[in-house]
Design a protein around this ligand. Structure first.
Ligand code: SI3
Length: 293
């Protein structure tokens, strides 16, 4: 199914004290996304999944669990990229065999790769993996900035169908939308969903949809209905929530909010060196849950 549109949660992963996946808790988070947030899909293995902190085997385990729990009910995108292109290929093949609708790969990071290197990385992945690929562009974390020309070269590669656009550059977003009407464009910053929706993105991939998926869908629908006042109001409510979450620590707070929503099995810790939640943050998360969710 390559009609992957709408609200897609970047899946959070709860870990235990030893850094192992809390499978029961992860299954609850997946169910919460499907049953309560009514998401159209899950983005598995993203930043939100603390993916760059875990071993290849564990990445596969998370792909397995997400597929097993969600069956064919929603779209599944496997984020397989990183600094190791051989691992990206291995994971891409693995997720494709599991039946993932598409793979996604972050631009390689840490070293300041040239665009020629970035392009070859994508070429290598699509040559070896028989699936569609969504580019994951997040310059604020990777340091890799691409413009219209670079995206054009990447979209020309076989099987590259879209981009998760995580940037506040609405000029570039408009140029991309206008230039590539058939490419799937996903908004990556949840706090900017409303303006992205005005530029007719196909969907949105983000962390806060794990708890705020209903409002987010409302934003997309209100923009489609041309009810901009309503969309703006929903973005305002969302941003009151997102602002408080960011100030309290993004992933620990989202995990706590999920627990307060009834995903209550086992520990919901972060993977070290990411810090887990403190008592103070717990208190604030409780307030956020009561007042803003
Ligand atoms: O898992 C992922 O790769 C993402 O969720 C990326 C997404 O763009 C998120 N970015 C980060 C760095 O977490 C956003 O959803 C972000 O958390 C949200 O807009 C709050 O700033």
């Amino acid at each position: 199914g390559k009609n992957i549109k709408g609200i897609i949660s970047a899946l959070l992963v709860p870990f235990d004290e030893e850094g192992r996946v809390n499978e029961a808790g992860l299954r609850q988070i997946i169910r919460h996304n499907i049953d309560e947030m009514k998401v159209d899909g899950l983005y598995v293995g993203g930043s939100t999944g603390e993916n760059f902190l875990i071993e290849t085997d564990v990445k596969k385990q998370i792909f397995d669990i997400a597929k097993d729990e969600s069956k064919d009910d929603i779209h599944l995108i496997a984020q397989v990229g990183g600094m190791n292109v051989y691992e990206a290929i291995e994971l891409g093949q693995y997720a494709t065999e599991l039946g993932y609708d598409a793979i996604s790969a972050v631009t390689p990071f840490y070293y300041k790769f040239s665009f020629a290197e970035v392009k070859e990385y994508y070429q290598d992945i699509v040559n070896a993996v028989d699936n569609d690929l969504i580019i994951y562009s997040i310059p604020v974390l990777t340091g890799i900035e691409m413009g219209l020309k670079e995206f054009e070269e990447l979209f020309a590669l076989d099987n590259i169908i879209g981009v998760k656009f995580t940037a506040a550059d609405f000029y570039l977003l408009e140029r991309l939308r206008h230039s590539f009407p058939d490419v799937l464009i996903y908004s990556g910053f949840d706090e900017m969903l409303f303006p992205a929706a005005i530029y007719e993105v196909d969907g949105a991939i983000g962390s806060t949809y794990n708890v705020n998926g209903i409002r987010a869908r409302g934003i997309l629908e209100a923009v489609k209905d041309n009810d901009l006042a309503k969309a703006r109001q929903l973005q305002k409510e969302s941003n009151d929530l997102i602002e408080a979450i960011l100030a309290n620590g993004l992933y620990p707070t989202l995990k706590r909010l999920l627990q307060l929503e009834g995903c209550d099995e086992g520990p919901f810790l972060s993977r070290k060196p990411m810090a887990s939640i403190t008592d103070e943050q717990l208190e604030e998360a409780k307030r956020i849950h009561e007042e803003l969710l």
